[in-house]
Design a binder for this molecule. Structure first.
Ligand SMILES: *Cc1c(COP(=O)(O)O)cnc(C)c1O
Length: 354
């Protein structure tokens, strides 16, 4: 495996003093891990100061959007030790995204080694307060400095780190969700299963409309018939219908969330009945009207789970549960965060100690 070079910083940033005001994605650590692709290979793996890049105005990523990313976290255990959660799965998914966007595949083991070395250097940046973590953002962008649509010859892979606050400052507050029936996020055969910038570009307008109507997130329907539930903004969706935990099956236009997969495995292990299948929005509303929609929540790395207490579709609004987080949602949240922060048993071997 390639050696990882180290280029020291000349000056260091001040670490955030107040861990209750970290927010998300605002501050970044001193170093990043980087590799460059040229002459047909990923080369020059290194840890270097996290300074601004210089880019030519023609750089291909700025025009044609060949950009993919990942999101995971480094957690501080009660004993002070650090750990990451299912990082191998993030790099495997990143290569699936790379393949779809004609970005050259990278060595997942080297990326994992680079991440671990970076975390060892930046260990003091992992916050200590309850529920906080160090967010990890691996990214690849195309770097060819000319206009012309084709697979490039130059790419940059980098990992940056950002201390992030507790997602739920005051308990798991449920949110309302707006069912989008005009715009679509992705279609089968498109980019939906890839974690790519374009999917977010496609989603921002609908997000702003939902926000104006007082809803925190958009629920996307399938891009062909606009009948079947896909996912919300940056989360997969779960519904508990008549005691059964249901989530849309991965159909090519849904992002295969690692939190989604973890919840499916934990819920089955706890003895719940789980179903991955096609789920129409009519079935969800029908269940809600008949009092059979027990709970609903989104799942993703940032929030882990986000309980949903209200759905709005055109002029119809349905409420879910009594407005508080449901008991199964709470149990799944407690179990998963327990594993991530090193308090619960890691039955599935998901954790890597740093
Ligand atoms: C990242 C992401 C998710 C959640 O994936 P996790 O691996 O659970 O964090 C869900 N949907 C979209 C569109 C995403 O980009």
């Amino acid at each position: 495996m390639q050696e990882i070079r180290f280029i020291p910083c000349k000056a260091f940033k001040e670490k955030p003093a107040d861990e209750t005001k970290l927010g998300f994605g605002k501050k970044f650590t001193d170093y990043r891990f980087v590799m460059d692709y040229y002459d047909g290979a990923w080369q020059d793996a290194r840890i270097e100061p996290n300074e601004p890049f210089q880019l030519d105005a023609a750089t291909s990523v700025l025009h044609y959007g060949q950009a993919i990313f990942e999101g995971l976290k480094c957690y501080r255990r009660e004993d002070g030790g650090l750990q990451i959660f299912r990082a191998k799965d993030n790099f495997a998914r990143m290569n699936r995204s790379a393949d779809r966007l004609a970005i050259p595949l990278f060595d997942e083991e080297l990326a994992l080694k680079g991440l671990i070395e970076l975390l060892k250097i930046e260990k003091d940046w992992v916050p200590h307060a309850e529920g906080t973590s160090l967010y990890i953002r691996p990214t690849i962008i195309s770097m060819d400095p000319f206009l012309g649509v084709s697979a490039g010859k130059y790419y940059k892979f980098y990992i940056i780190l950002s201390p992030s606050g507790a997602y739920y400052a005051s308990g798991l507050a449920p949110v309302g969700i707006y069912v989008e029936d005009k715009y679509v996020r992705a279609v089968r055969g498109g980019l939906g299963f890839a974690k790519t910038a374009a999917n977010y570009a496609a989603s921002i307008k609908a997000g702003e409309i939902a926000k104006k109507r007082g809803y925190a997130q958009v629920l996307w329907l399938d891009g062909v018939e606009q009948k079947y539930v896909e996912e919300v903004g940056s989360m997969n969706m779960f519904f508990i219908i008549d005691g059964v935990i249901v989530t849309p099956a991965l159909n090519g236009s849904i992002l295969a969330g690692i939190t989604r997969d973890s919840i499916l495995k934990l819920a089955a292990d706890m003895g719940y009945k789980v179903e991955e299948r096609r789920l129409s929005i009519d079935e969800v509303f029908e269940a809600a009207r008949n009092g059979k929609l027990d709970e609903a929540f989104g799942s993703g790395t940032a929030a882990v789970v986000s309980p949903v207490n209200e759905l709005c579709r055109e002029d119809e609004v349905v409420r879910i549960g009594d407005g508080n987080i449901g008991p199964i949602t709470q149990k799944l949240y407690d179990t998963l965060t327990g594993i991530q922060f090193g308090k619960g048993e890691d039955k599935f071997g998901w954790v890597t100690r740093i």
